[in-house]
Write a protein that binds this ligand. Structure first.
Ligand SMILES: [Zn+2]
Length: 205
């Protein structure tokens, strides 16, 4: 017998689908919302609806944006010949916060993770390779992926793809962030100073 009203169960189930949220937390959140004034809950629900309707992926860099191309890709003052490859849109925010990077980005939306069935086709690797192939005169590709097994596997895979295009990509400098980011650390959680140092001290592959 289900002791909870359906409307609450439905909310709990929705929260449970979010990353890092277990049953206990989902229940706590659902009951918390039960006590929040109706207009606030409505604003919350509206913002969730707007999340999908109000955003698109930039056709160039795959970052989440309101307009396509995104403000970074359409900014003539950015260096469009330097591409920083990151896993998540939040990594773009973290790097932008350092204020030292003036190139453009490519957001993969994940990393290769065979244990969770995420292969190269599940993330935006092919779009990156195509982008590199089609854009002439690229100076540098910076890998700013998380220092994890998945991040490493992703870099290895992309490098392999690039070496197949060697005649075209040999002039491109490939770098990665300097050591200093703890192993297993996510870029988005790195503090600004560490990330800034890692970016400045990036080394060639
Ligand atoms: Zn873009």
């Amino acid at each position: 017998m289900n002791l909870l009203p359906k409307s609450i169960t439905r909310v709990i189930e929705s929260f449970e689908k979010l990353p890092g949220v277990g049953t206990k937390t989902a229940q706590r959140l659902a009951f918390y919302l039960l006590h929040v004034p109706l207009d606030e809950v409505e604003r919350f629900a509206d913002s969730l609806k707007g999340l999908k309707k109000g955003t698109v992926l930039c056709s160039v860099c795959k970052n989440v944006t309101e307009v396509d191309p995104c403000p970074i890709c359409s900014n003539p003052n950015r260096d469009h010949l330097t591409i920083c490859v990151v896993e998540q849109p939040t990594d773009v925010l973290a790097i932008e916060k350092t204020g030292i990077y003036h190139g453009v980005y490519h957001v993969l939306h994940g990393a290769i993770d065979p244990l969770n069935n995420i292969g190269p086709d599940e993330i935006y690797i092919n779009d990156l390779i195509k982008r590199i192939k089609n854009k002439e005169g690229i100076n540098e590709i910076i890998f700013a992926l998380n220092s994890s097994m998945e991040g490493e596997a992703t870099i290895m895979y992309i490098m392999k793809q690039l070496s197949a295009l060697r005649h075209q990509t040999s002039a491109i400098k490939v770098t990665r962030l300097a050591n200093g980011l703890p192993i297993g650390a996510d870029i988005e959680y790195a503090d600004e100073v560490t990330l800034k140092r890692a970016m400045e001290g990036r080394r060639e592959w």
